[in-house]
Ligand binder design. Sequence first.
Ligand code: TYC
Length: 116
Amino acid sequence: MTPSFAPPFRLSDPPSRNDEDVDLAVKTKPRTQRPPLYKVLLLNDDFTPMEFVVHILERLFGMTHAQAIEVMLTVHRKGVAVVGVFSHEIAETKVAQVMELARRQQHPLQCTMEKE
Ligand code: TYC
């Protein structure tokens, strides 16, 4: 016989299931938001010297000389190539840097960005 002063539960009892104390069975999956990425594209033209494009790819896009030649030739043959993928702000900066260096040398080189 349970003595009348004993609590109506023990710590070892399973969690109670009365209306105020029910774990919600609905779980919201934590979703990590990734910022959108942007492709930086280099366009071909007939006038910008190949060496200038190679220089741009090495200096602004961190390519080795061999990589830069390969990518430059891809642009030359196909008309366009992705030269990097970045956050919006970095992509904008890269495009502006390419356009500024080309403008200073009076080359018609074009560089654009588009959402991936
Ligand atoms: N087509 C240019 C030439 O023959 C070379 C070139 C390559 C220009 C890539 C732009 O994005 C470019 N001199």
